[in-house]
Design a protein around this ligand. Structure first.
Ligand code: CP
Length: 304
């Protein structure tokens, strides 16, 4: 954890022990072992400069389940940011109104910048194509419900260039033993070269595939992502990639019986809705796991 002042900015900075401790704390909340008063009297400021359903709502739900309250920035157009106020000034001001800030922003590095001027803990709720640590923790939590986090083969499919969830997850998996990462991405949407180099330096075994069929029979986890339309510089380029991959029940017939399918959601058309009723489909459970995992994170950064 970037736990200088208890910020949570990137899984890259987190020790495996910190991750495991948060996952264990999340499991306790999931079992109903909290008091519901852990954060009585505390306020979480929710500043989202990009659309969100899961992250915004599950952080809010988590805060309320811990006895705390929410202060929502609301629509950016209705704030003084629309008059030209900077992110830094906004964060400085909001630091005086709340006990912690969760920030989503389209610019990579925005959460780190915010943490440098904030006087309360900052949690990164997703920064551009950078990191999404709370998503990663709930992804790990969901995998851990089905299998150990070591000695597994995980396929990452879709937009690996712009998708921050897969960037975060790959770094988190580098902390566990004997995890092989299979990337399945259209040409031009694979992991950025710098990220591949960083992962390779960390000893991650990366195996690249053109088609999911090449690795599906080996996988324990298939993690599917949507194309990040909002990050494509050119709409024409986006159209050329649209509908490149689609997971169907027929395709999954060659998968291991216990393989699980994850997706950070929202999905567009990467997963056929007929997959939803199969036992391997864990993506809605994954979204629900956001509440206990974010309870653990909020409690960690705000507990007295
Ligand atoms: N997975 C995720 O971050 O979803 P939202 O964009 O809806 O928060």
């Amino acid at each position: 954890m970037t736990v200088n002042q208890k910020n949570i900015l990137s899984v890259r900075d987190m020790e495996r022990e910190e991750i495991d401790r948060l996952l264990s704390a999340a499991a306790e909340f999931d079992r109903g072992n909290g008091t519901g008063h852990e954060l009585d009297g505390k306020i979480l400021a929710v500043l989202f400069f990009e659309p969100s359903t899961r992250t915004r709502m599950s952080f809010s739900s988590a805060m309320m389940r811990l006895g705390g309250k929410i202060l929502n920035l609301g629509s950016v157009e209705a704030t003084s940011i629309a008059k030209g106020e900077t992110l830094s000034d906004t964060i400085r001001v909001v630091s005086g109104y709340a006990d912690a800030i969760v920030l989503r922003h389209p610019k990579e590095g925005a959460a780190r910048l915010a943490s440098e001027v904030a006087t309360v803990p900052v949690i990164n709720g997703g920064d551009g194509a950078g990191q999404h640590p709370s998503q990663t923790l709930l992804d790990l939590y969901t995998i851990r419900e089905s299998m150990p986090l070591s000695n597994i083969d995980i396929g990452l499919q879709g937009d690996l260039r712009y998708g921050r969830t897969v960037h975060s997850l790959a770094f988190a998996l580098s902390k566990y033993n004997n995890v092989r990462i299979h990337t399945i991405a259209p040409e031009g949407l694979d992991f950025p070269a710098s990220l591949k180099a960083d992962l390779s330096e960390l000893g991650v075994e990366l195996i690249c595939h053109d088609a999911v069929e090449e690795c599906l029979p080996e996988l324990d986890v298939l993690y599917v992502t949507r194309l990040q339309r909002e990050r494509f510089p050119d709409p024409v380029a986006f159209d050329s990639y649209a509908s490149t991959y689609r997971i169907t029940p027929e395709l999954l017939e060659i998968a291991k019986p216990n393989m699980i399918v994850l997706h950070p959601l929202p999905r567009v058309d990467e997963i056929d809705p007929r997959v939803d009723s199969l036992p391997c489909a864990k993506y809605f459970e994954q979204a629900h796991n956001g509440v206990p995992v974010r309870m653990a994170m909020l409690n960690e950064v705000m507990k007295s």
